[in-house]
Design a protein around this ligand. Structure first.
Ligand code: NDP
Length: 327
């Protein structure tokens, strides 16, 4: 038996609770992992609260991230005792995830825990941080250089935003952040942002084209915010879109794309090929100042993950939440 969060949905409703789970209930997979830590991402918040249709099979153990030690392996790539890391692949959505003391997974989804990071540090980064790095890599791939001008990061006090600011600042970019939380302005500046704008400036419907300002952007908000970011991006600038914290719609015009040659790059971390994941984690090892992770993250126990999920969706959590599943 092991302990985990189980999400159930039946005639009694949608609910998440801590349960004792039998090993025999674990899903199919060629690697069994003794989980040490997981995290709470926005998607986990939606899954646990039921505020978004993230879970597509019931009962479900949530948790799109995990680190742990291989307990059993029928996969030649992994041996008992290996330290491994998992992000995404539908885990915590269609396959039981990391918010439990044990997980059984496909070895193809696992990557070795990068040597540069402790298990806690890897989870302080988690899917949010690895997605932030995918955004930075996309900006680089499109040719955006530190000298080109300001980079805008929305949802700055959240997980993706926090790591994106820290990485971009270390790489020498000038980062302008957007946040709705005046109380976190000092935190956002300590991460490396040179200026913090109020998210209200981006939230309302705007003009098809605004004053050209951003050489690049990382947007986690979507909706009018993403439309306004595109409209104020400079000629041939690059906007990476990875989130929907403000809405899934995109009420924009084509003007920034056809009149200013703006590039909009979509970022997906879930099905991202292994080679790109390994590159993102390699670059995090070089371009993220690990001392910033203490500022960005805090740790909670498994039982606290359920109330914390509601706070995360309400936008009350700063940075990243690490979950010690054995506490
Ligand atoms: P967090 O909850 O940690 O951060 C989201 C931040 O967005 C909040 O802290 C807040 O920042 C801002 N925000 C929240 N609600 C609104 C709103 N209504 N309008 C404007 N801004 C808002 O989430 P994550 O950083 O983990 O994830 C951010 C987004 O990215 C989510 O939508 C998530 O689903 C998505 N995502 C996508 C991935 C992919 O593969 N494409 C992978 C990982 C995440 P502040 O308080 O500073 O304003």
């Amino acid at each position: 038996m092991f302990k985990g969060i189980l999400i159930e949905k039946d005639e009694a409703g949608y609910r998440a609770g801590i349960r004792e789970i039998d090993d025999g209930q674990l899903p199919d997979g060629d690697v069994t992992v003794r989980v040490g830590h997981s995290t709470l991402n926005y998607k986990d918040g939606l899954a646990i609260t039921g505020k978004g249709p993230v879970v597509r099979r019931f009962p479900m153990v949530p948790g799109i991230d995990l680190v742990g030690t291989v307990e059993r392996s029928d996969n030649p790539e992994f041996a008992v005792g290996d330290a491994v890391l998992l992000n995404g692949w539908g885990v915590g959505e269609v396959h039981w995830g990391g918010l439990a003391q044990k997980a059984r997974l496909k070895g193809d989804w696992l990557v070795p825990l990068p040597e540069r990071f402790s298990p806690q540090q890897a989870m302080a980064i988690g899917t949010a941080g690895y997605t932030a790095m995918l955004c930075v890599l996309a900006l680089e791939r499109q040719g955006v250089k530190p000298g080109d001008g300001e980079i805008l990061v929305t949802g700055a006090a959240g997980g993706v935003g926090s790591v994106a600011i820290a990485v971009l600042a270390k790489l020498g970019y000038t980062v302008v952040a957007v946040s709705g939380r005046a109380a976190e302005v000092d935190y956002i500046r300590r991460l490396g942002a040179s200026e913090v704008l109020d998210r209200a400036e981006f939230a309302a419907p705007g003009k098809p084209l605004g004053k050209e300002r951003w050489a690049g952007a990382v947007d986690v908000v979507g909706s009018h915010t993403l439309a306004n970011v595109c409209a104020s991006t400079r000629y041939r600038g690059v906007v990476t879109a990875c989130g929907l914290a403000g809405g899934m719609d995109f009420p924009a015009t084509v003007a920034p794309f056809i009149l200013r040659g703006v590039t909009l790059v979509g970022i997906d971390s879930v099905m991202c090929p292994r080679v790109d994941r390994l590159e993102a984690w390699r670059r995090l090892g070089i371009d993220l100042d690990v001392s910033k992770l203490e500022l960005i993250s805090h740790e909670i126990g498994l039982a606290e993950a359920i109330p914390t999920a509601s706070k995360l969706i309400a936008g009350e959590i700063r940075g990243r939440v690490i979950v010690d599943v054995n506490r």
